[in-house]
Design a protein around this ligand. Structure first.
Ligand SMILES: C[S@@+](CC[C@H](N)C(=O)[O-])C[C@H]1O[C@@H](n2cnc3c(N)ncnc32)[C@H](O)[C@@H]1O
Length: 239
């Protein structure tokens, strides 16, 4: 028996190795819809350099950069609309499956490899909502046993987190805190940073799970009657 979080991690790492994001895949992001998404981010970075919110040299760091399309678009637009800016920026992609040998972009497989040595601009587009998570329900978490969900006593760390944040039932992506630690470690007296995050979510806590699966541009709930939805099971095992 494994926790739902272990099951999700194992599945998602295989999934993204072969996934196509875009028209021919299971879902689209703003990145594959238009290069102007990266253009808008480049323009925003430039405005923040002009008004001295940020200073060169600058790290531009894309979390969950997938095929590096977005960070390349940011590079190309910055190159086109400014003088001597790209030459003074480090373009860094954090992506589990990235090939580190890119010409303009440095690719790191893990956020823990990142060294923050100057001002930084972080981008996280549809990243945090894709992290593996625990399913937490009233001091219990989900385990997978023969493709069925079973809720058992939760580790204390998750109970404490739920109590501190004031919820009873929710997805909990613990790896999110690895990213918080990196930001926490930046000495903001010496280095400034901006974090631009683009994600889905609801403004109000619903006291329920909202985890869902995308397939061929449709979505379905992952859980039905406290078990893995039959259709999801097929998709999870064939990816
Ligand atoms: C939904 S996709 C992001 C889409 C992309 N940002 C875009 O603009 O189209 C999530 C990406 O995060 C990557 N990923 C997931 N967990 C990661 C981790 N802990 N560190 C680095 N990359 C991760 C996945 O491999 C996948 O490419």
């Amino acid at each position: 028996m494994q926790s739902f979080e272990q099951y999700f991690s194992a599945w998602i790492s295989k999934y993204y190795q072969n996934a196509t994001i875009g028209k021919n895949g299971d879902f689209c992001t703003a990145t594959n819809t238009s290069k102007f998404f990266g253009g808008a981010i480049a323009n925003f970075i430039l405005k923040n350099l002009e008004n001295e919110n940020l200073k060169l040299p600058l790290n531009i760091i894309d979390l969950g950069a997938n095929n590096l399309q977005l960070i390349n678009d940011v590079y190309d637009f910055l190159d086109a609309i400014s003088i001597n800016v790209v030459q003074n920026c480090n373009f860094i992609a954090i992506e589990s499956f990235a090939n580190p040998k890119q010409s303009k972009i440095q690719a790191l497989k893990n956020i823990k490899q990142l060294q923050i040595d100057c001002n930084s601009f972080f981008i996280a587009n549809e990243f945090f909502d894709a992290l593996p998570c625990h399913l937490y329900d009233n001091k219990k978490i989900a385990y997978i046993n023969n493709n069925k969900l079973e809720f058992k006593q939760s580790p204390k760390i998750l109970i404490d987190l739920a109590q501190n944040e004031g919820f009873n039932k929710s997805e909990i992506p613990l790896s999110y805190f690895d990213f918080c630690k990196v930001l926490d470690s930046i000495n903001t007296h010496k280095k400034r940073w901006i974090f631009a995050v683009f994600d889905y979510g609801s403004k109000h806590y619903t006291n329920d799970f909202n985890i869902r699966i995308f397939s061929n541009h449709t979505t379905m709930p992952l859980i039905s009657n406290n078990n893995l939805n039959q259709r999801c099971k097929k998709i999870l095992s064939t990816k």
